[in-house]
Design a protein. Structure first.
Length: 351
């Protein structure tokens, strides 16, 4: 989850990737890609999943670009928030923007081709350039539901009198928006180019209203209540650890594994020498298999010849551990928000 306070200077100096972090499901898929052979029968399916999540992520990034024209620059932005209502029913919002006088939920669509929306039936049809078609839920119906749930969530926690607005924005330049005959497109549907104007209209509309109270407390509460959807893509793709190639990827050559000699990692393709390339491999492990690792598993995953070398490496990592001797388990501890930028360096396809 990425969260930040935007101000006008930061908006211009922050690299986009720092602002909206890739979702953890995309990170997990990218880790699997680093260890799955391109000729594996599952590879096309993996690629499809990566493309779908990466397209959503690209949409998030471009939204940030379009928000540069908003008149009230000191708003709070939260991305990819999933909350539970009554502690059981989950609902997810692409973006929650907290302005001084209202809250805005933005649903980002990164679809291409001809997109026709039928508000009466609650459906949206996408016709791609290759002639294929896909049907989705009407995004207005989608944000309506999100806003309704979010209002209930606020109410449950005693936040009253906070207006919740919603917008849908199509951020891809290669999209043509159409309406189903006779029914006007809902005015809350917009393209990236116009979203700044629409937000400015809302700012204007609320200008005589009171400032929202407790927004910092609300922000903290939303972040604390965020419940990311845990999806195990290994299971979803029907993969077992045996399908994966263990090893330490060369940071410069995609899918080339390094060799460990006299305390350093060596790439036979580009000649790179590194002391700490194994950290990325352990981060891959963390995303694919979870935080728990043993000496034996680390030896296997890093393709080391000796248990002693594995132990030396694990000792240097200073990990929390439990159990004794060969039953000792270590706990890898990485942050989804800041430790995985290496994964976005090599996409397995052209974006
Ligand atoms: Zn290399």
């Amino acid at each position: 989850m990425g969260c930040l306070r935007l101000n006008s200077d930061e908006k211009r100096s922050c690299p986009l990737s720092k602002v909206f972090e890739p979702p953890n499901q995309l990170l997990q898929l990218m880790s699997i890609d680093r260890h799955l052979r391109d000729d594996d029968p599952t590879f096309p399916k993996l690629l499809e999943e990566i493309k779908s999540f990466d397209s959503g992520y690209a949409g998030e990034q471009s939204l940030h670009y379009y928000l540069g024209t908003v008149l009230e620059p000191h708003f709070q932005a939260l991305q990819g928030i999933r909350l539970l209502l009554d502690h059981k029913h989950a609902f997810q919002m692409d973006h929650i923007l907290i302005f001084s006088k209202f809250i805005l939920i933005v649903e980002v669509k990164n679809l291409t081709g001809i997109v026709t929306i039928d508000h009466e039936l609650g459906l949206m049809y996408q016709e791609k350039s290759d002639g294929s078609t896909k049907t989705y839920q009407d995004p207005i119906a989608q944000v309506h539901k999100q806003a309704y749930h979010f209002r209930s969530w606020l109410h449950e926690r005693g936040y009253t009198g906070m207006p919740v607005e919603n917008l849908v924005t199509f951020v891809n330049r290669n999209v043509v928006l159409k309406r189903e005959s006779g029914v006007e497109l809902d005015p809350r549907i917009t393209t990236g180019y116009k979203i700044g104007d629409l937000i400015n209209q809302l700012i204007n509309q609320y200008k005589d209203c009171y400032h929202l109270k407790n927004t910092h407390q609300l922000l903290r509460e939303i972040k604390r209540s965020h419940t990311p959807l845990e999806v195990n893509h290994m299971d979803k793709l029907n993969l077992t650890p045996r399908n994966l190639v263990p090893g330490v990827n060369c940071p410069d050559c995609h899918k080339v594994m390094l060799n460990y000699r006299s305390g350093k990692w060596h790439c036979s393709k580009c000649g790179l020498v590194s002391r700490d390339a194994h950290i990325s491999a352990l981060k891959d492990y963390f995303l694919i298999f979870g935080p728990e690792i043993t000496n034996k598993k680390l030896k296997y995953w890093l393709r080391l010849d000796s248990a002693d070398v594995a132990y030396q490496i694990i000792k240097k990592l200073n990990l929390r551990s439990s159990g004794k001797n060969r039953y000792r388990k270590y706990r890898l501890n990485y942050s989804i928000d800041s430790d995985f930028s290496y994964l976005m360096k090599h996409r397995p396809y052209k974006r």
